[in-house]
Design a binder for this molecule. Structure first.
Ligand SMILES: [Zn+2]
Length: 457
């Protein structure tokens, strides 16, 4: 009989989280409950089990997370397609009804987190990558629920467009089918909205993960009621939300504080701060003051954090697409075009030019194959990973009278910021200064969306 293999494609999709392992022990009574469902853990059930960061420890902590996370009651569904609540009642019961053995696979290909063979085999295989401190128990719980759903059927399909275009088995057809990616979205959305004892930063992370999966893992993208906006980071490290408030008026609203100043790089719905201060690590940030989570925010953040302070100072900007990444650093433009490998290629930037950063004049799009580089003389170049001919840099005819270090198109308006911190609205290639008494010296802008389900009371 042909065996179908269902892999969870974590790829460039995020997850990496709450590393800081709690210094706690799982009580023996809990260990006995876990061993009742998974006899493989019987040997650990004769006393309390103290978490030590090992693979087994992370696995057990994730099972405990599924058993113990409490949610408010009731949990109304969203008015859009984000949250149906169909898996709300008992995560652990759902999981143990389908999976009875967990095997650690040490030979998974890059990007694979876990898989099952489906229907006739109740074993879930978990790749060692998932069991590192780069992932939280929240992420693992979501992945485990996703895998359990495969036991009910629900194979994946290949996305024919969008951020996951061409990746085999990286999409489901539509969220209303309730397949495994629907479960991924449901679990993250449920934690973000209804978990009662999960840290606000982790809930904010979960909210971004829910929407990123929803936006990227379906052939028919689910409709989510949202408002697209812009956040500004000022030199007091405070975030401000800038939005149109009808009649051409702009509204500026104070949000929370960033841990330090730097470049804010989107990764789907997540925002990652690459700090200017060389002693600060790159990591996820949450503009509403939700706090911080401690783990690595993906590959480029990990690489950044391994650099010396001198090397970090040369990292001008980073781009994180769904299937490729780019970084402007001391070597030139470093492009990571091969999704399933760590290999990069360095292309020289045009001679004598200093790159300021990436511009998203058409909007930030994780599925786009290219990005615009802005130079200190106001000129622009296109660069990226072309599906037919690979890595490229190509100078453009377009330029700006004032060089921008960052620009985003958000909801029809193109916003830019120059090196002096002046924000502009870009209209037909002209820069119209944006003034607000609420904004002091601004240092960075980033896209930031609000969602009716999460943000309405
Ligand atoms: Zn899957």
């Amino acid at each position: 009989m042909k065996k179908w293999i269902f892999r969870l494609s974590v790829l460039s999709l995020v997850t990496f989280t709450f590393g800081a392992m709690a210094e706690t022990c799982i009580p023996q009574s809990e260990m006995q409950e876990i061993a009742r469902n998974f006899s493989q853990f019987e040997e650990y059930s004769h006393s309390d089990y103290c978490l030590d960061g090992s693979e087994i420890s992370n696995l057990l902590d994730s099972l405990l997370f599924m058993r113990k996370t409490s949610f408010s009651n009731p949990m109304p569904p969203s008015a859009d397609e984000l949250f149906s609540g169909r898996f709300e009642s008992d995560w652990y019961g759902y999981f143990t009804g389908r999976i009875s053995k967990i095997t650690i696979d040490r030979g998974c290909p890059k990007g694979v987190g876990a898989y099952v063979y489906g229907y006739f085999d109740q074993t879930m295989y978990v790749c060692t990558m998932m069991l590192t401190s780069d992932f939280t128990s929240l992420d693992r719980a979501s992945v485990f629920m996703h895998e359990a759903r495969h036991i009910d059927g629900f194979p994946h399909t290949t996305c024919h467009e969008g951020p996951r275009e061409g990746i085999r088995g990286a999409c489901d057809f539509q969220i209303s089918d309730g397949g495994s990616y629907a479960v991924s979205v449901e679990t993250y959305a449920q934690i973000a909205k209804y978990a009662t004892e999960v840290h606000p930063a982790l809930r904010a992370y979960s909210r971004a993960a829910a929407v990123t999966y929803s936006d990227e893992a379906f052939v028919h993208t689910p409709s989510i009621d949202r408002t697209k906006g812009l956040v500004v980071l000022d030199n007091s490290k405070q975030f401000f939300k800038v939005s149109k408030s009808g009649a051409g008026q702009m509204k500026v609203e104070a949000l929370g504080f960033a841990p330090s100043l730097g470049r804010v790089v989107p990764r789907g719905q997540h925002l990652i701060l690459f700090p200017t201060a060389a002693d600060q690590p790159a990591g996820y940030i949450f503009p509403r003051g939700e706090g911080q989570i401690s783990q690595q925010a993906g590959e480029l953040a990990r690489r950044f954090n391994q650099l010396s302070s001198e090397e970090r100072a040369h990292v001008a900007d980073s781009h994180i697409g769904a299937q490729w990444m780019a970084q402007i650093n001391s070597k030139g433009l470093e492009l990571f075009c091969e999704r399933a490998s760590d290999r990069s290629e360095v292309l020289p930037l045009p001679a004598g030019k200093v790159a300021l950063g990436f511009l998203y004049l058409q909007g930030y799009d994780r599925g786009s194959h290219e990005v615009v580089i802005s130079f200190a003389d106001g000129s622009l170049a296109k660069a990226g990973c072309n599906p037919s001919f690979g890595p490229f840099v190509e100078e453009m005819n377009q330029s700006f009278s004032t060089p921008l270090k960052r620009a985003y198109k958000v909801d029809g308006t193109v916003w830019g910021i120059d090196q002096q911190g002046q924000i502009y609205e870009v209209q037909n290639n002209q820069l119209v200064p944006f003034q607000s008494k609420d904004l002091n010296f601004s240092v960075e802008i980033a896209p930031y969306e609000a969602f009716d389900f999460f943000d309405s009371l």
